[in-house]
Structures are given as structure tokens and as C-alpha cells.
Design a protein around this ligand. Sequence first.
Ligand SMILES: Nc1ncnc2c1ncn2[C@@H]1O[C@H](COP(=O)(O)OP(=O)(O)OP(=O)(O)O)[C@@H](O)[C@H]1O
Length: 904
Amino acid sequence: MSVTPDLMTRKVGTMGGLSPSPSPFLTPRPERRRLMDSRGVDWNRHDRDKEVNVQVLLRCRPLSDEEAKSNVQRVISCNEQKKEVFGPKSQQRSIYDQAISPIVNEVLEGFNCTVFAYGQTGTGKTYTMEGGIKNKGGDLSAEAGVIPRAVRQIFETLEAQNADYSVKVTFLELYNEDITDLLASDDTSRCPEDKQKKPISLMEDGRGCVVVRGLEEEAVYSVSEIYNLLERGSAKRRTADTLLNKHSSRSHSVFSITVHIKEATIGDEELIKCGKLNLVDLAGSENISRSGAREGRAREAGEINKSLLTLGRVINALVEHSSHIPYRDSKLTRLLRDSLGGKTKTCIIATISPSAHSLEETLSTLDYAYRAKNIRNKPEANQKMSKAVLLKDLYLELERMKDDVRAAREKNGVYVPHERFVQDEAEKKAKDEKIEQLENDLILSEKQVDSFRELYVTEQEQRLDLQSELNDCKVSLETTNKALLDLQESYRLAMETLKEKEIIISKMVSSENSLIECAKGLRNDLQYASDDISSLFTKLDHKDRLESENRNLVLTFGSDLDKSLKELHKVIIGSVSQQTQQIRSMEEQVQTNFATKFDVTQVMKSKVEKMAETYCSGVASLKELVDMLQRKASSDLNQINDVVASQATAVENFLATMVMDAEQVLNDMQKSLSEQQQILEFSTKQQEEGLKRSLIAAQVISSASMNFFNDLHNRASQVGKFIEESYNERSRQLVNFERMFKEEAAREERSALENIAAILATVSEASREILDSNKQENTRLVEEMLNMEQVSVCARKEVTEFLEKSETRYMEDTFSVAEHTTFMKNSLHHSSKRVDDSRQQWENTQSSISNLNKNNLAEIGSTVNKNISANIVAHKEFVSASQTVDEEFNTRASDTLTTINGNY
Ligand SMILES: Nc1ncnc2c1ncn2[C@@H]1O[C@H](COP(=O)(O)OP(=O)(O)OP(=O)(O)O)[C@@H](O)[C@H]1O
């Protein structure tokens, strides 16, 4: 094996890191890239577009002795046969051979590869990465981890290839965001504070690669040499005794192996290919309380968790293809930038514990590993460099270093020329300030971006919330609209129902009013009928009054006649006393005649009194009948009023839709009543006219009687003068006596004529006997009597004519009354019919409303019918009584006439 001395002997100065060309002498210059491009050497073009997922391995450690002793429950089981997961029985060798060895081969092919272990503290990360490095014999032990095995594979491969190569290693520790060079020399005699004064910082090389400034690269030539460096560096790692791990690593460590291999030449050009393997042992993710961390340990754990959280966020951002990947949030992610989403091939070994106590962290690790598995990298092999260019760069670097050494010797303690030192310091300071400013600006920008991103996420969540609320509002609006439509429909129906009810109520009110009006009309009709009956009774009273006046006239006539007779008697007595005894017999006869006349007069008086009694009894019966009818009518009216009043409230609640018919009926009834009123007025007028005619006739009769009696008086005066002249005082007294009797007979009218005639006959007998003695005087008396008879005949004729006229008029009046009565009957019948029609209509209306109204109307109807029938019966009784009186009156009148006629 041959190794280029320059590559193998020098330390690479202050620059080192994870990028494939962190060393100045490996940096491809522009002219070199052009050269390579012009040569068309692009060895890995076919790999550029290949994307590969991050490879994730899962390893579960066995229970520790303590856990086994305390019988901790095992919650993880692994299928050892399928070898999907490296279980507790998996050996370091098998894991390496299956998963890591291919990666190492990729490194030797010129790729950058990263293997890092991730898991809860105490799950075997350090064991997996480092393990037991070597046994006593110098060979790898079975517990040797990934790093020693990878180192051995690299050397064995390169040796097997017999290639020229150089291997350089760096070993750094990231603790509380501070980077420490674990391979730095422990010789601090010359400059004891050199290490503290030389901070290691992360810088970008302008091509996106991170360079660890100040980190020493150690060139190694054998496996054992690497093992020594590894042990020395591991020993420097900060460990602590925690509850979960007695040797818990409190920092992240990055062990990097960079391999340069000389390849076959193309012409005179020698090419160098470069590969790098980063082996990362992360600090354990832990639950601070469970890990027992206190104070400084807690802060330490917080920083560890912070780095791991940033690593998780970077993984999430890569998986979700976010535009911003927060590499810069921690030094760990800045170191691993190219390994996560970059050009590096990456393998993550996730370690878990089978213990039930670690279940929560185990699930978290599995989730972490699941997400990391989706990260896609674009592995790209490092460009190969020609040996000449590489040597030239090395020589330039060597010259620069020699200048530094020379300046240091000359200036005795100053290692660089002063100008250059000043210049470098100034440049460095300016660059540092600029870098610091840029970093601050960048941090601020990233914070702003993060805040904007959080704001954007918040806005999106709010928008989604608002969207969902809007949808809910739309749904509720639709529901509300439907409810509103339903309510509007219900409202419309309610309004229609209300309108119908209002119409029904208005019709009921109208019907009620019409019924009330009809009832009032009926009551008025009854009142009118009662008034009519009252007026009829008034007319009857008037008629009775006339009759009584006539009777009084007759009585007055009788009293006057008595008075005249008494006077005549006095005259006769005077003449008799003056006569001699010759006429004493005649006087006795005359006295006898006077007694007879008195008896006759008494009979006539009794008859007249009987007639008066008859009339009075008839009038009294009529009055009783009238009173009875009035009481009946008033009681019936009261009853009707009570019924109507009691039913008015009930009727008001049940009135319906018969307004027009009721109004029509009302109009008809009003019309009928007006007709009846007109008829009654006409009848009244007729009766008044008839009564007037009767009065005029009575006046005519009275005047005729007066004329007759005046004439008779004149005749008697003439007779008396003649007797006085012819037969002295006797003849003249006799004529006067005869004339007085005739006058008395004339006053007696119909009934008295008969007695008067008898008296006259008696008087004529006496007169003849008297006239026998004086024939001439008798002859003249007879002549005078004939004249008187002639006058009496004339008077009788006049009386007869008067009676005939009176009878005719009485018949006319009677006919008129009968006609009026018939008309009244018809009117009442018509009214009854109207009432029946009204009742029928009412019943129809009531039947549509309720049974209550029907019963009420039936009750009213029956009451009205009873009253009508009672009125009809009373009216018939009244008519019959009137007819009876009239007939009796006619009978008596005819008897009187018969008597008069018989006497004459
Ligand atoms: N697969 C395994 N087989 C046998 N022993 C193991 C295995 N994994 C871990 N161990 C043992 O478990 C203990 C803890 O392992 P290790 O220190 O590697 O854990 P860690 O994950 O690195 O912890 P921390 O994060 O605290 O550094 C060690 O004693 C180790 O020997």
C-alpha cells in the first residue's frame, strides 16, 4: 500500500467539517472546474437526478440486568426471523454488515454518507455507534460498533485495492450549542489557554456547504491509530450518571472520516476521488423528570432536547416539502444540513428500549423515525480532482504556511507579518461583524418568516373556522328560512281563518242586529196591534158614549115630557076645576086615564131602563173583555218581552248569515204593517165618517122631532084656541090634552108610539063622548085630530125614513166594520203568515247555528202564536159580543117599530 506522503503526514490546519471539500487544498477552483468540464469528466452525472429516501434502521436493545432483575415489563417484541427490526439478540456485526457496510462502500466510491443514531437515552446509541472498540488482541470485539467497523472496512478496502489514499478524521462534540474538538491535543504546556482562545465556529463556504472553522483534521494511516484517536476522543465526551444510564452521553458527537483515493490516470493526469463518512452519536432524547436531571443537568437536557426538537422540525419541513427548512435554528442541524435533504446518503439508526417504562419515548422515537424515513436526498458523488491541481493547491498552501513560520521566527512571537496580521484581523473582524450582522438579520428574518408562517397558519385556521361557521350559518339560515316560510304559511292560514271568522262574526253581528230589529219590529207590531185594539176599544167607548148620550137625550125627552104632562095635567086640572060636575065623570075618567098613562109610562120607563141595563151590561162585558184583552196582551207582551230579553243574550251569540233575508222579511213586514196602518187609518176614517153620519142623522132626527113637536104644539094650540072659541074651556082643554098626549107619544119614539096610540084611542073615545054633546065642536076636533094624524103620519113617515136611513147607514157601518174586521183578519193572517215565514227563516238560520237558538225561536214562535190565537179568539168574542148587542138593539128597535106600526 502506498500513500502520498503529503497527504499522509500533514495536519490540515484550522479548517475541517462535514462538507466534502472543506480543506483548502480540496476546494475546486473555477479554472479547475472548467478544466474538468472541458475534459468532459462528469463521473456521476447519472446519479444527479436520483432521489433516495433516508434509510432508517430500528434497533431494540435487550433489557438491562437491572431491568431484568426488577422484572420490568417488556412491551416490544421483534421478529428476529424477518430481520425487519434489529432486535435485542441482533449482533453488532450483523447490523453493520447488513446496513452500514454498503454505505461505507458508497463513501469509497466518492459519496458523502452520514450514519447517525437517534433514540431515548440509554437505548444503545453509543453502544451501536462505538460499542466495545477492540479486545485485548487488537482485533475488533464482537461488541465493536459502527465506527470501528467502518474504519476497518475502509482501510481493508483501500489496502485490498492497493490504491494510493489518505484518510483524515475529525471528532467533535456539540454540547450546549458549543462545538469542541475531541481530537485536539492535550499538550497545553506552551499555550495552556490556547484551546479556550480558539473557538470553533460554523461557517458556510459560499457554496452552501458548512465548514467547521478551527477543527483539526487528523490524518491517520492505520486502523489502530484511528482506534486510539477514537478512544481518546470518546474519553473526552461529557458523560454523566443518570437514572436511565450510568454513562449517559450528554452531548452530540460527530466522527468524520474523509478518504482521498488516487484513481487510474487519463493520460498524464492523475485524479483524486473523495468520500466522507459522518458517524453521529446524538445525545439521548429524554424526559427530564424521568431522567433525574437537576439544575445544570436540566439545562443540559433542555439544550439537548432543543437541538433534537430542531432536528425534528427540520425533518418535518423536509417531509412536508416546506419552502423554509430551519437548519439554522441549531448547530446540530447546521452540521447535518447536507445529510438531511442534501447530496449526502443518510442512514438513521433509531434505538428503542423494550421496557414498559420507556413506552412513551419509544413511540416518540418510532414516530420520529417514521417521518425521517420520508426525507428524500439527492446523493451526488464528489467531483474528482487532478493530482497536479491538488499538488499545486498544496504547494500554495505550503508556501503560505512557510511564510507564516518564517514570519513567526523573525518576529519572535508574532507568527504572521504585522501588515498581514492587521489586514487579516481587520478583514476577519469586518467579516465577523458582517457575518454576525447578517446572521442576526437572517435570524430576524427567519423569526419574521416564522411569525408570518405562524400568522399564516393561524389565519388559515381562522379561515377554516370561519368557513365552517359560515357553512353552519348557511345551514342555520336555510333552516331559519324554511321555518320562516312555514311561519309565513301559518300566518297566511291564520289570517285567512281570522278573516273568515271576522266575516262570520260580522254576519253574526248583522244577523243579531237584524234579529233584534225583527224582534223590535214584532214587538212594535204587537204594540201596534195592541194600540189598534185600544183604538177599537176607544171607538167602542166613543160609540157607547154616543149611545149613552142618545139615551140621555131620550131620558131628557122623557123628563121634558113628564114636565109637559105635569104642566098639561095642571092645565087640565085647572080646566076640570073650572068645568062643572058634568065633566066630573069625565075628569075621573081622565084621572083614570092619567093613572093608566102613568102605568104605561112606568112600563115604558122600565123597558127603557132594561134597554139601558142591557146596553150597560153589554158595555160592561165589553169593557171587561177589553180589560181582559189588555191584561192578556200586556201579560203576553211582558212574557214575550221577558222571553225576548232572556233570549237576547243567547241570540246575540248565535246569530248567523241571514242578514239579507231578515232585512227582506223586515221590509215586507214593515210594508205589510204600513199597509195595515193605512187600512186602519182608512177604516178609522170610514168609521168616523159613519159615526159622523150617525151623528148628523141623530141631529136630523132630533131636528125633525123638534119640528114635529113644534108643529104638534102649534096644532094643539090651534085646537085649544078652537075649543076655547067653540066649546068654551072644555073643548079647548080637551084638544090641548089630546095634543099633549100626542106630543108625549111622539117623544116616546118607537116603543112609546104604541102606548101613545092606545092613549090616543082612549082619548078619542073620551073625546067622542064629549063631542056627542057638541057635534060641531067634535067635528072640528076630529078634523083637527085628522090634521094631527096627518101630521103624525108625516112625522112617522119622516121617522120611518130616518129609521130606514139609520138602518141603512147602520148596515153600511156594520158592513164596513165587518169588512174592516175581515180585512183586519186578513192582515192578521198575513202578519201571522209573515211571522211564520220569519219563524221558518229564523229556524233555518238557527238550525245552522245551534239547537239553543232553535229552542228559543220555537218558544218565541209558540208564544206569538198563542198570543195571536188568543187575540183572534178575543177579537171573535168581541165581534160576537158586538153582534149580539147589535142584534139585541135591532130586535128591540124592530119591536118598537112593530109596536108603533101596530098602534097606528
Ligand atoms: N444492543 C445492546 N446489547 C447489549 N447491551 C446494550 C445494547 N444497547 C445498549 N446496551 C447497554 O446499555 C447501556 C446504555 O447504552 P448506551 O450508553 O449506548 O446508551 P445511549 O443511548 O448512548 O445513552 P445516552 O443517550 O444516555 O448516551 C450500556 O451499558 C450498553 O452496554
